[in-house]
Design a protein around this ligand. Structure first.
Ligand SMILES: O=C(O)COP(=O)(O)O
Ligand SMILES: [Mg+2]
Length: 227
C-alpha cells in the first residue's frame, strides 16, 4: 500500500519529462547538412519527435523530396553518432519534473521510463542530468527486441509498458506521455494515461484520447489522484 492510487508511474521521456528538441533538432540538422539538405528550424523539431530518431530524420528528409535507402542509412548513422556525443547539451527536465519525481518517490511510488529513444541514449541523458537512479527501469525503443512482425516491440505496442510494470514488481500502473504513440501504447496495455499537453503532442492533447491532460508536471499528482 502506498496510500496513492498507483503503485507505479511510468513516464515517456521526450516531451514529457525532458525538453529534448534542441539537441535532437541539432542532430537532425547535422545529418541534413551532410546530405546537402536544408536544416529544419530547431523549434519545429518538436513536430518530428515521438516515433524515435529514425522516423524523425525520415520525416525531415521526406519533406525535401526523400532519399534512397542506402543514402538514408548513412545519414541516419551520422545523426546517431552526433547525438550520442551531444545529447544533453541543451536538454533539460521540464519545470516541476524533479520535484514531481521526488514527491512520487516519497509516497513509495515506483517509477519507470518508457521511451522510443534508444535505451543507451535515454540512460546516458538521465545519468548526465542526475535522474537515472530515480527509475527502477529505463526501457528504450530497442530494449525488447523485435516482435514476430519484425518491428521493434516499442510504443505504440503495449509490451514496454507491461515490461515496466513487471520490472517495478507489479501492481497498479499509470502512464504519462505526450504523443499518440504513448496514448495508443497505454490503451493497448489497458492502463490509464495522462497526456502532457506542454510536450511535443502530434495532435491537440485533448484529442489524443487520454484520460486527462495536464499543462504542467505540477498538475500531475493531483491528476493521478483524480483518475
Ligand atoms: O525520440 C523520440 O522520437 C521519442 O521519444 P519518446 O518516446 O521519449 O517521446
Ligand atoms: Mg514523447
Amino acid at each position: 500500500m502506498t496510500g496513492f492510487p498507483f503503485d507505479i508511474v511510468a513516464f515517456d521521456l521526450d516531451g514529457t519529462l525532458l525538453e529534448t528538441h534542441r539537441d535532437l533538432g541539432t542532430a537532425v540538422n547535422h545529418a541534413l547538412d551532410i546530405g546537402g539538405f536544408d536544416p529544419v528550424p530547431i523549434d519545429s523539431a518538436t513536430d518530428l519527435i515521438g516515433g524515435g530518431a529514425k522516423i524523425m530524420l525520415k520525416q525531415a528528409i521526406d519533406m525535401q523530396g526523400g532519399l534512397a535507402d542506402d543514402e538514408f542509412r548513412k545519414l541516419y548513422k551520422e545523426m546517431l553518432g552526433y547525438y550520442s556525443r551531444n545529447n544533453a547539451v541543451h536538454t533539460r527536465p521540464y519545470p516541476h519534473a524533479v520535484e514531481t519525481l521526488e514527491a512520487l518517490g516519497g509516497r513509495g511510488v515506483r517509477m519507470a521510463v518508457v521511451t522510443n529513444k534508444f535505451e543507451s541514449f535515454a540512460t546516458d541523458i538521465l545519468q548526465t542530468l542526475g535522474l537515472a537512479s530515480r527509475f527502477e527501469i529505463i526501457i528504450g525503443g530497442d530494449s525488447l527486441g523485435k516482435g514476430p512482425d519484425g518491428k521493434h516491440r516499442a510504443k505504440p505496442a503495449p509490451d514496454p509498458i507491461w515490461h515496466a510494470r513487471e520490472a517495478c514488481g507489479g501492481g497498479t500502473i499509470a502512464f504519462v506521455g505526450d504523443s499518440s504513440y504513448d496514448v495508443k501504447a497505454a490503451r493497448a496495455a489497458g492502463v490509464p494515461v495522462i497526456a502532457a499537453a506542454y510536450g511535443y503532442c502530434d495532435a491537440p492533447a485533448a484529442e489524443l484520447g487520454a484520460d486527462a491532460a495536464i499543462d504542467s508536471l505540477a498538475a500531475l499528482i493531483p491528476a493521478l489522484e483524480r483518475l
